[in-house]
Design a protein around this ligand. Sequence first.
Ligand code: BGC
Length: 743
Amino acid sequence: MKNKLIYLSVAAVFLTFTSCKNETNSDSGSEIKDYNRKETNFEFDEKIDSLVAQMTLEEKIGMLHGNSMFTTTGVERLGIPELKMADGPLGVREEISRDNWSPAGWDNDFATYYPASGALAATWNTEMAYTFGNSVGQELRARGKDMLLSPAINIVRTPLGGRTYEYMTEDPFLNKKMSVPLVVGLQDNDVMACIKHYAANNQETNRDIYDVQMDERTLREIYLPAFKASVTEANAYAIMGAYNKFRGEYLCENDYMLNKILRDEWGFKGVVVSDWAAVHSTVKSLENGLDIEMGTPKPFNEFFLADKLIAAAKAGEISEAEIDVHVKRILYVLFQVKAMGSKDRVKGSIATEAHYQDAYKIASEAVVLLKNENNTLPLKLEGVKSIAVIGNNATKKNALGGFGAGVKTKREVTPLEGLKNKLPESIKINYAEGYLERYDVKNKGKLGDITLNGPVTIDQLDPAKLQEAIEAAKNSDMAIVFAGSNRDYETEASDRRNLNLPFGQEELINKVRAVNPKTIVVLIAGAPFDIVDLNQKSPTLVWSWFNGSEGGNALIDVLLGNINPSGKLPWTMPKRIEDSPAHATNSFPGDKTVNYAEGILVGYRWFDTKNIEPLYPFGYGLSYTTFAFENTKTNKKSYASNETITVSVTVKNTGKVDGKEVVQLYASKSDSKISRAAQELKGFQKVWIAAGKSETITIQVPVKELAYYNVESKKWTVEPGNYTLKLGSSSRDIKKEIQINIK
Ligand code: BGC
């Protein structure tokens, strides 16, 4: 409760500040520490001890493994309920049958479909992350659950990763600054976040077997920060062990990752839950830090932490005291979320208009304007009598799909519906599907190979569909093509084969443009694609995402100028896959061993250090207005390692419409004695500014954020000397630089 008040007072200050300007969402990456929820609550220790003392061995072990697809057993006679879980990153998943993957067929499990994590990260707005978590948390409670299997916070190591849309970003700083408020917002509703997939789980190919090898500095600087901050700042109650191995040990039985780092170093008090069927041993997994085994269909008593564990305990291979440790952790988190019979637990609400509007707000800040050469956008509708709307993605729904968690929703506004909702009735819409999705429907969502090869290939256009699209474009005043991918093409359990835009879309777009030069291209996807040629030929390009229940309305509001776009790419869009670090170093997907050869140079760190030109850089996104940065300064010139640098900058909206800019702060140390990336993100703030007006913002950078992980001393170390702080509106659009010194 105390912590809820801290958030409310921070929010209150925020609202007072912003209400003077009639607009919200000034937001600072560096202010996020106020979301801190670190707490140690021993209030229930005695009760927990007493409960455990009354339990039989079988009752204890029942709590350590799934007794259905998404629950573990409780102990009814002692008032211990089942622990109830639900996926996931796009909202609360539909109810799944107890003993197989098919939907349970409920009629009250419709939920809000929220923008996928890549979209959330593209808002660069920590307030949106809190809103996201809080809104989903409400829905989780309304469904009577205790734990959301989310957020998914693995680093985007390769553009081809099948789950890129489920993850946020390639950058550890943006990742942690968005994860913390999300976890806090979620857990403020008496539920547990289960942050996943811990850790070094960055590809789907061979996910059950591959072994990640990487150096310690890379682990600490790139792959762990969001997990660490979610534990040490947001107090996440649960964490999911990943499928793969790390340095030779499966991650659900990895002593170094679970016992040494997570518990001993970070002080994690919650529960470690396995990914589904990711457990490989009984005594070893329990001793090495796993608490709960979940899995895919087979008799639940055959799980490693079920009958086998009872037998191991009876044979003296593991002590009952060790088993008690894990049971106590589960009771601890159940008490924390008021699941132990508490009367004042959050009740929640689901699929309400307020939640759809949360999804809308996030979606509208996520859309990225890539190119607007002739200021075609916002659309000028004077004299426009007809618009050709072309592309399967104009009507494709993405709440459900692919192999992974989806949301059963009553509302998913498609782009075509968005246009129908928002355009004046006098404008005629000429819709044509244009291209067909070309995968083997039988294999949809099957591991690995889902796309067609053979007489009809994945990239083949259907002649009749193509002709229809050309006619629609010819007979309309302008054309909008909705292209990209979808959640059958980007999917859990397999990575993409290449960066190509599938289904013959480029050919379609070229032919549409040939008959109607007033063609706008909107890409809807969750991961980078090769759009070099498309980019060169298209003067107007917009990027949207698997953008939630209100995605179509938000997107069309951006096209019409009702919303000024403010999304920024949370990853680098490469020109060629070979330019990306994991591919340049030939270390993806690996065979049984995946050696992270690029080390700390993930994402833009690689492109900037190696001087490789991306197509669109990390942090990039245009607006309908322009911004200038003035009066950049720091509060001092020289700092001690325990101080905080206050950077201030006046941002002027130099255009004709109100808009939001994301001020990004990168740090460089060109004379460093250790190898470093050319620059690293260390702060950001999103700010709304009225046309013609200025706002002065401050970004706080604790000097310890400049530290590197020193492998010899095993400590975060700030190297003394000069640093350059760079302020920009993307990683490659640096507008001001300031030198500072660290003593
Ligand atoms: C995924 C997890 C998910 C679990 C339960 C696994 O295949 O990797 O992210 O939470 O299934 O659906």
